[in-house]
Design a protein around this ligand. Structure first.
Ligand code: FMN
Length: 313
């Protein structure tokens, strides 16, 4: 399939393997590149800049397209160094999430690094489009992780008509070829697909997490604000049912307090990420597994190559 996205990134299929905290790694990126799509890895998946730089060296050795995801709000205290390394290693593309991507676009576009920005509603899309990125990723209400507020049917056509010069990528809910074509027919230049790759052979997470993606389906996905303060999709395990998905009255109170809310948000975020990390790699009963409704399409643990086949078949 030939779209503006495939032409810009020189990939065969209009698919980005979406950045997934704790999940995306170099092996998945290699498998993606070998099978005609491009993987994007969150810089935060690396504990320090040495590890991140080592990954960039490995990724550049592929000689194929890949991307790095940068969180551009204040919670990411390592942003400056991560951005510096992306520029130094001239990564093919960057996906920005949250916050203000102005600086990333200003530094990267002139040297040929493509920049796509995650947007979760029209107001934020208008703001971000003003910085002139290469494209927008419409994070829809079907997405895994931090989901948006609009359905693909509302979001994609609105973005396409408002920003005809920007590449528009749809994120969320794609698990097979039908899902992919649905988004293309809505006007998207491509899709960003995450959840169905969690249970891939190349993914580094525990067997329990992968098996949960097989055993649970779309009806078992719930939204919690307990992890980062923002709505985030997780599998409704007995542990999630036990702890609930909403902040309690005291937490909500601090969240609204002008003096404390910044620190409280930071603390909530750090605690949430710790819980996710433990659940993704260790055997624990505290199972908080992030995934989206597209795990409905996951029936076994398979190599990335097979999962891509399911998308393009
Ligand atoms: C486990 C998991 C972790 C995620 N981590 C990130 C992340 O670190 N940065 C980001 O921009 N998006 C993240 N996302 C969102 C994805 O990039 C993408 O928008 C989403 O997976 C698309 O929906 P889908 O899961 O239905 O394919 C994550 C999603 C999942 C499922």
């Amino acid at each position: 399939m030939n779209t503006r996205l495939t032409r810009l990134l020189h990939i065969e299929h209009p698919i980005i393997m979406a950045p997934m905290f704790l999940v995306s790694n170099v092996n998945m990126a290699k498998a993606a590149a070998e099978n005609g799509i491009a993987c994007c890895i969150p810089a935060l998946n690396y504990r320090n800049e040495q590890e991140f730089e080592h990954a960039l060296v490995e990724l550049n050795k592929m000689g194929k397209c890949y991307g790095i995801n940068l969180i551009v709000n204040r919670s990411n205290i390592r942003l400056r160094k991560q951005l510096q390394l992306c520029v130094e290693y001239k990564v093919p593309f960057i996906i920005t999430s949250l916050g203000k991507p102005e600086e990333v676009i200003r530094l990267c576009k002139p040297i040929g690094i493509k920049v796509f920005c995650d947007v979760s509603d029209m107001k934020y899309a208008r703001k971000v489009a003003g910085y002139n990125p290469d494209g927008l990723i419409a994070v829809t209400n079907q997405a895994g992780g931090h989901l948006g507020s609009l359905s693909p049917g509302e979001f994609i056509p609105a973005l396409v008509s408002l920003f005809p010069d920007l590449i528009i990528i749809s994120a969320g809910g794609v698990g097979d070829h039908v899902g992919l074509m649905e988004k293309i027919h809505l006007g998207a230049d491509g899709v960003s697909v995450g959840s169905i790759f969690i249970a891939s052979v190349e993914s580094p997470v525990s067997e329990e997490y992968k098996k949960a993606c097989i055993q649970y389906g779309a009806k078992d996905i719930v939204c919690t604000t307990k992890l980062s303060g923002l709505p985030c999709t997780v599998i409704n395990t007995p542990y999630v049912q036990k702890i609930g998905t909403r902040q309690n009255w005291f937490q909500s109170l601090i969240n609204r307090n002008k003096r404390f809310k910044k620190w409280f948000k930071m603390l909530t975020y750090m605690r949430g990420m710790k819980v996710l990390r433990k659940a993704a790699f260790d055997a624990t009963y505290q199972n908080v597994w992030c995934a989206g409704i597209s795990i409905e399409h996951v029936h076994s643990i398979r190599p990335v190559k097979e999962i891509i086949k399911q998308l393009i078949a």
